[in-house]
Each structure stands twice: as C-alpha cells, then as structure tokens.
Design a protein around this ligand. Structure first.
Ligand SMILES: NC(=O)c1ccc[n+]([C@@H]2O[C@H](COP(=O)([O-])OP(=O)(O)OC[C@H]3O[C@@H](n4cnc5c(N)ncnc54)[C@H](OP(=O)(O)O)[C@@H]3O)[C@@H](O)[C@H]2O)c1
Length: 326
C-alpha cells in the first residue's frame, strides 16, 4: 500500500469549485480505529456547509470533507477486535471521506447490508444515524403516531419516511415538486407539494403531527408549532431558511409541545457508537431483508466532487448522491 493517496480538499471556502484534487498521506489508525480503503463515499448537505466555511470539522477530525463511506478494512489500530483486514464495511466518519482512505472509530462501522452495492452502502450512515437519533431517540416516535418530515426527497427525508413507516408510524412528507411528491408517495408517505398548498391546514385536518422532523426553519418554526398535535414534538436538524424568527410560544404550554434538535458530528465517539449499535440491532435487519433501501440519485467520480455538490445545491436531486473512489 502506498503511503500517499488521492483526495479532494477545500482549497479556500466557497462554492463547489472550492473542491479540488490533492495528494495527502494515508492516515494511520490510532487505538480503537480502523483504516478503510474507500470504494464509494456519500455526499451530504453538511459537506456543502463545510465547503462554504460554515461548518468547521470538530477538533481532531480530518479537514477533508466526507462524513460516510463504504469500502474494505485496510488496517486496524491497537485494541480493535470487531473487524479484521479485508472486511467490507460502511461507516460514519468524523471527516475525510472524499479520499482513497479514511480512519474512523471501529464502533462507527457496520457491515454492508445483504444485497447492497458499495454505492448504496456508502449512502447509509450519515442519514440513518441522524434520523435514528433525532426521530426515535430524541422525539420518541412510536408506532401509530403521525410523523411529518419536510424535504421528503432529501437524503434525510427518504430515510425518515422509510424508517418511520417500517416502525409503524403514519407518515406525511412535504416536497417542492410533483416529481418529488410522487417519490414520497412511492416510499409510503402521504405527501404535499408545499409550493402549491400550505402544510399547516393539511396536517391540522389529520389531527396534527405527533412528531415533525424539520430542516427548513425560518417561518416553518411557527408553522410547525401550529401543525403539531397536543404533546407533539418538533425536532430541528437544520435551518436552511435561517435560525432566527419571531415565535409565539404560548401554544408550547397550552398544547404541551416539545422543541428539540441535535447535530450529529460534534457528538462524542461513545454517543455515535451507541447509535450504531441500535441501528445494527433495529435497522440493519430491515436493510438485509430489503424492506428498506437507500434512494439513490447520481454517482460522480471522486475527481468530480465539485459537480456532485453543484447537483446537490441545484436542488433537483432525489435521494443520495455518491462519489466513486475506486
Ligand atoms: N443535524 C444533523 O445532525 C444533520 C445531519 C445530516 C444532515 N442534516 C441536515 O439535514 C438537511 C438534509 O440533508 P441532506 O444531506 O439530506 O440534504 P439534501 O438531500 O440536499 O436535502 C435538502 C432538502 O431540503 C429541501 N429544502 C427545503 N427548503 C430548502 C431551502 N430553503 N434550501 C434548500 N433546500 C431546501 C429540498 O427539497 P425541496 O426541493 O422539496 O424543497 C431538499 O430535499 C440539510 O439541511 C442538512 O444540513 C443535519
């Protein structure tokens, strides 16, 4: 194995053109870590935030973008017994996925679900970890409850629809075009084109949502509160329309609402390992059985990461964009 590798770095923060090919040393796995020879890497909206200079890597993480990948274990650090060299894995990464090799804690890797390609497996971890911890751990969605997700055809949205459905919730989704609405329906959601109709009366007409997963923010915040049922929970994972807005919080008391949220990346290795263990037990069997599967958009060569970001930011994609590394 060579000690240098091809990667994509953020030259200076900016638009997609900020992503440029580079050569870096192959990282060395420390205690409890594995080195993955990456086959495919997933592309996520937080990568675009990092590229734009709005989402710095946590201390100790690679400065290279890329939060998830699938490939083969190329080396193991001291104390790792869970994996052996040659194992096929998909993994959540602290960063560094846009490269031929990346290191990650061994407990953040999972087996490739049966029948999935490396591209599909590379598209799992960032959205499945995020949806699981926010929708089920934080917001406590239960079978029989009504669940609304905005951005229904995003990587996050397509994952949330399928997981909530598989766990017995009634699922509602909003999306910005008829094609996207049709995709949400194909995945099992009742769906609304938010450019044509207001989601607030739509949800109120159904009794309100018990849980809403939102990435939009802005004026969606007060509208989400109106769309919640009594004892409803709003979980915020991004603010694509901004985090600052005037809100009347009186309904919070009157209808006993909860507002929460989280970001995955700064959480401790232990917290992420716990999410991985729950996914392996609760969700990987659904992937193995083909009950759920990642919704795939396009795959780009690693060297064309800038084009992958341009596609994501144009907003026409449905599901996950991936990079083919080898
Ligand atoms: N908190 C966390 O830990 C965490 C982890 C991963 C991702 N995220 C966040 O979750 C969101 C989805 O991530 P992703 O990777 O699945 O991204 P993505 O596929 O690019 O999805 C973004 C979605 O947002 C919708 N949208 C609504 N309003 C928008 C606006 N003002 N600008 C842009 N898009 C808008 C778009 O669909 P329409 O065309 O239907 O509007 C699109 O489907 C991102 O904001 C990301 O930062 C958070």
């Amino acid at each position: 194995m060579s000690d240098s590798m091809q990667a994509i770095e953020i030259a200076t923060p900016g638009g997609p053109e900020a992503l440029v090919p580079t050569t870096r040393p192959v990282p060395v796995p420390g205690p409890g870590h594995i080195l993955i020879a990456i086959d495919h890497a997933g592309v996520n909206r937080p990568d675009a935030l990092q590229r734009a200079g709005a989402y710095d890597p946590p201390p100790g993480a690679s400065d290279l973008p890329g939060l998830e990948a699938a490939g083969t274990v190329a080396a193991i650090g001291p104390g790792v017994s869970r994996w052996a060299v040659g194992d096929a894995v998909c993994a959540l990464l602290p960063g560094g996925g846009y490269a031929e090799y990346a290191v990650t804690p061994a407990d953040h890797a999972l087996p490739i679900p049966k029948g999935l390609s490396m591209a599909q497996a590379a598209a799992l971890c960032e959205t499945f970890f995020t949806v699981w911890t926010n929708v089920f751990d934080r917001a406590g969605l239960k079978a029989g409850e009504r669940f609304l997700v905005h951005g229904g055809t995003s990587g996050i949205g397509t994952t949330a629809i399928q997981l909530a459905r598989a766990r017995g919730a009634r699922v509602f989704a909003t999306a910005g075009s008829e094609e996207k609405v049709a995709t949400c329906r194909d995945l099992g959601a009742e769906a609304l084109n938010y450019r044509e109709a207001d989601f607030v009366p739509w949800m109120q007409g159904e009794g309100g949502a018990d849980v809403i997963l939102d990435m939009v923010g802005g004026d969606y915040l007060p509208r989400n509160l109106k769309a919640l049922a009594e004892d409803g929970r709003l979980v915020q994972i991004a603010f694509l329309q901004g985090p600052k807005v005037a809100v009347n919080f009186a309904p919070l008391m009157v209808r006993r609402l909860t507002i929460t949220g989280s970001t995955l990346r700064p959480q401790s290795d232990l917290a992420k390992a716990r999410i991985a263990a729950r996914l392996r037990a609760e969700v990987w069997p659904l992937l193995d059985a083909g009950t759920i599967a990642p919704v795939m958009d396009q795959t780009f060569p690693l060297a064309e990461a800038a084009a992958a970001h341009a596609r994501m930011e144009a907003g026409d994609h449905i599901g996950k964009i991936t990079l083919k590394v080898r």
